[in-house]
Write a protein that binds this ligand. Sequence first.
Ligand code: SDX
Length: 412
Amino acid sequence: MYMINFYANGRYHQLPLINGTFDKAIDISKLREYTKLITFDPGLKNTGITKSSISFIDGEKGELLYRGYPIEQIINKCSFIETSYLILNGELPNYKQLKYFIEKINSFNLIKDNICNYLDKIPNSYHPMGILSSITNILLSFDNSIKSEDSYFYLLSKLPILAAMIYRKKYGLPNINNEKNICYIYNILSMFFSIPNKPYKKNYYIINALEKLLILHIDHEQNCSTTIVRLLSSVRSNIFSSVSAGINALWGKLHGGANQKVIEMLELILKDGGNINKWIEKAKNRNDSFRLMGFGHRIYKNFDPRAIIAKSIAENLIKKLNISDPILDIAKKLEINALKDSYFLEKKLYPNIDFYSGIIYQAIGIPKDMFTVMFALGRLPGWIAHWIEIKDNLEPIGRPRQIYIGNKKRNI
Ligand code: SDX
């Protein structure tokens, strides 16, 4: 066991080094006991809060592994459902395991009237992410016959249906039932876009693009929303309220909400005459609150491999659908100009997954305020896997300390 020596409060101390598969960490679990000191790390930029075997990011190399498999291999060889099985169970499924997994998910795909009635009472003006998190939080109250071992399948089945219901209600479409015997991704598109007497016309390019895009979102180590789900699991909150909290964290515009902000930013630049360099200068100006949405990442100090794949999906889909998209042109120009600028290169700010994902959603016909809901549908298997990992490992309650800077003790 390697140790790290350091001097504090008048004496030398030793703390163990622990080894992960690829990286090492200083185990500070005894630090306060030995030294009365704690660490200070705003934003947890240097702090590992747990051990996990679900996904791994090498930020310097721009690599992402799902249970050890590079995302570039997963995206070309696996479906969203197969990848969800991998993330949840640690191995890719054989034919029998996959068949059972799909049947279990399909067995929960009816929506009871009480959920429809609840959804009807929520004002249409509310953001779809707020509606999704509130219904997810109380899902069990609509159907308390769900056994805990079935809750994962129940969520994987229900969330896409709820997303489609929220979209259809918000955009004035009648509700439709979903179909059991079509693939998961085609079913999502059919639930969103079918209208009575005009079923959704199967388009292989759109199904393929959405399948790959949702695979890119399935898991990403300790991102903010996943860490929130883990924290709720550590206090033994149920999976529904934990996922609901993850949805709320993902909604933040610096996190999953960025995909909607990227398109709004690109539309603003287009409306402003496409003056790319003006907006790049604004993003560099510390006195200007404008940031290039979809750029930068806490971990990737190289290209986000998902952004590279999302860019090729966007270009390919736009070409196959034979649509011209000025927003994609603006995005590509912005990327080229920003990555020629020393500000972005020195700060290692590259496009992240959110930079191109909105272009794909828009080409599919999904409106901007539903983009982060789609991110949540992709991230759901990862959230469930992390919730299970904390529960199964009986990890202690997540409860960080602080440096107090308030008033000294005083009398009223
Ligand atoms: C996601 O964690 C995950 O894995 C998240 C995610 C996932 O799959 O779950 O990958 C999904 O959330 C992707 C990120 C989407 N958000 C955005 O695109 C919003 C724009 N990006 C920034 O807000 C920022 O880059 C973050 C939030 C993504 C990362 O923030 P950090 O790591 O805390 O970095 P920082 O804010 O401290 O920035 C470091 C420097 C600062 O300049 P200085 O103060 O050092 O002079 O870089 C600058 C920042 O001002 N900077 C930017 C910038 N991002 C950082 N300047 C202009 N435009 C930007 N986008």
